[in-house]
Design a protein around this ligand. Structure first.
Ligand code: GDP
Length: 176
C-alpha cells in the first residue's frame, strides 16, 4: 500500500553523575516537561518511562533509571547500568568536581556495562552560562577522545533536553 511498517523499540537508560548536577531534573523535564527548584533527592534509584516519536514511523520507549548520586548508593549503581543500552553521564557546567565524577562513571561503564552501550556525556545547567567553569571545548574534546556523544542542556529551561534523548535513540539499534 506504499506505507512503511511502524517501528517500535524499547531501551533501558541509566543516569549517572555527582549528586546535585540535575539528573532528576533532566528526567523530570523529559517525562513531565516541568521543573521545580526544590526536588527531593532520589533515594537509591527512581524509575520512569517516556515514549518519543523519532520519525513518522518510529517510536522509542525509554525505561529510565535515575540513580542517586550519593556515595552511599554508589555500589548499587551497577545493578542499574549492567543491562542498560544507554547511559547519560551528567555533570554541572558550573561545578568543576562534577566533570571528574563523570569521568569516574564513564570508566566504570567502560569496564562493567555491556560493550554496545551508548554513552552520552551531558553538561547540565546551560542557563547558568555566566557561572560556567567547564568550557564546551574542554568537555567536547574529552567526549571525542572516548568516542562519546556530547550534549549541553538545561533542565530548568528545557533547552536541548528532548534533542539529547532523541540523539541517543538515533544511535540505538533500531530494527528495520
Ligand atoms: P540530582 O541530585 O543530580 O538528581 O540533581 P537534582 O535534579 O536534584 O538538582 C539539583 C539542584 O540543581 C536542584 O536545586 C535543581 O533545582 C537544580 N537544577 C537542576 N537542573 C538545573 C538547571 O538546568 N539549571 C539550574 N539553574 N538549576 C538546575
Amino acid at each position: 500500500h506504499g506505507q512503511s511498517a511502524m517501528r517500535f523499540a524499547q531501551f533501558k537508560l541509566v543516569l549517572l553523575g555527582e549528586s546535585a548536577v540535575g539528573k532528576s531534573s533532566i528526567v523530570h523535564r523529559f517525562v513531565k516537561d516541568s521543573f521545580t527548584d526544590s526536588r527531593e533527592s532520589t533515594i537509591g534509584a527512581a524509575f520512569l518511562t517516556q515514549t518519543i516519536q523519532i520519525d513518522a514511523n518510529t517510536t522509542v520507549k525509554f525505561e529510565i533509571w535515575d540513580t542517586a548520586g550519593q556515595e552511599r548508593y554508589r555500589s548499587l549503581a551497577s545493578m542499574y547500568y549492567r543491562n542498560a543500552q544507554a547511559a547519560l553521564v551528567v555533570f554541572d557546567i558550573t561545578q568543576e568536581s562534577s566533570l571528574d565524577k563523570a569521568k569516574y562513571w564513564i570508566k566504570e561503564l567502560q569496564k562493567q556495562a555491556s560493550s554496545g552501550i551508548v554513552i552520552a556525556l551531558v553538561g547540565n545547567k546551560l542557563d547558568l552560562e555566566e557561572e560556567r567553569k567547564i568550557s564546551k571545548d574542554e568537555a567536547q574534546a574529552f567526549a571525542n577522545e572516548l568516542g562519546l556523544m556530547y550534549a549541553e542542556v538545561s533542565a530548568k529551561t528545557g533547552e536541548k533536553v528532548k534533542d539529547c534523548f532523541k540523539d541517543i535513540a538515533l544511535k540505538l539499534p533500531l530494527e528495520e
